[in-house]
Design a protein around this ligand. Structure first.
Ligand code: MF3
Ligand code: CO
Length: 289
């Protein structure tokens, strides 16, 4: 029997009485029940994890192939059509298509240069030398969802773009490195803010990563900016980390016509990389690779 002052069994490092000590005596309550009740977080079962692993692997594969298609002279609609077909061929559904309100009109997001996220593919957007873009692929396979994104440089990009592209990738890698049961959700924001600052860049605070797997966007919200969300990570959590890093100011605004695309407030470039992660008993696993 653990006593009230022993470290909590969930691995948070807090005393049991400060963490998972039951409000009413109920020794039967499982960690999964506790997380659902307290935070609305679904700790996934082995079977669910296997499903999310499959959809994540597919998302990563489609992302890789679509990134390889991104060249000068290619339109973002061509990338969309290509990625859409890969979903259909794999018996998967592109999660963005028809998602939200107004319904997202395409199967992937393609966010170019000063676009922070949710760029909409179009035959009128032709990639050219010196552009860079984020391609975001989220797919539903057998009811499970995987979500990932990456940057592609079109030919030679200027040093500002090069720097912010490296910054966002490094922010994601360093955040992944700290993941394990018991660390607090806010520690992800701390690592990313510190990393972005080293590159002289800023962290977007209007969009966040998210729980993923059973639903496209589930709890918790995973903020990339400095925050105080005191939720200890637990084995079985699946969520994205997808830092949007700006070369200039952190602010953004939404396109007034399509109600989706977010642009940097100062017109400077923005970059983003994203993975779907699983918290394991000892650390984490990148599912979208
Ligand atoms: N990874 C992005 C996100 O979680 C994917 C957006 S798809 C969209 O927000 F349909 F919401 F645009
Ligand atoms: Co996402």
């Amino acid at each position: 029997m653990i006593s009230r002052n022993d470290p909590c069994w969930c691995g948070s490092g807090l005393k049991w009485k400060k963490c998972h000590y039951p409000e009413t005596e109920n020794p039967e309550i499982s960690l999964a029940d506790e997380y659902l009740k307290k935070y609305d977080i679904i700790l996934k079962t082995k079977e669910q994890i296997e499903g999310i692993r499959e959809s994540s692997r597919l998302a990563a594969d489609i992302l890789k192939k679509t990134c390889a298609m991104a060249k000068a002279g290619v339109s973002t609609e061509e990338l969309n059509a290509f990625a859409h077909k890969l979903h259909i061929d794999a018996n998967a559904i592109p999660a963005p298509l028809g998602y939200g309100s107004p319904p997202f009109p395409k199967s992937i997001c393609t966010s170019l240069n000063n676009e922070i996220c949710h760029g909409i593919p179009s035959p009128d957007i032709i990639l050219k030398e010196g552009d860079f873009l984020n391609i975001d692929v989220s797919c539903i396979l057998n009811g499970y969802i995987g979500d990932c994104s990456a940057m592609v440089a079109i030919g030679k990009i200027d040093p500002v773009k090069d720097n912010v592209m490296k910054a966002s990738k490094d922010c994601l890698s360093r955040a992944i490195e700290i993941l394990k049961p018991g660390i607090m959700l806010y520690e992800i924001g701390d690592v990313i803010e510190d990393c972005a600052a080293e590159y002289g860049c800023s962290v977007v605070d209007q969009f966040v990563g998210h729980g993923v797997g059973i639903h496209f966007h589930e709890a918790p919200q995973v903020a990339h900016h400095r925050n105080r969300t005191k939720i200890p990570l637990a084995s079985g959590m699946t969520f994205t980390i997808e830092p949007m890093i700006n070369a200039g100011k952190r602010g953004g605004y939404i396109d007034e016509e399509n109600h989706w695309t977010a642009y940097t407030i100062d017109g400077k470039p923005s970059a983003q990389w994203e993975h779907t992660l699983l918290i394991t008993d000892t650390g984490s696993e990148i599912l979208t690779k």
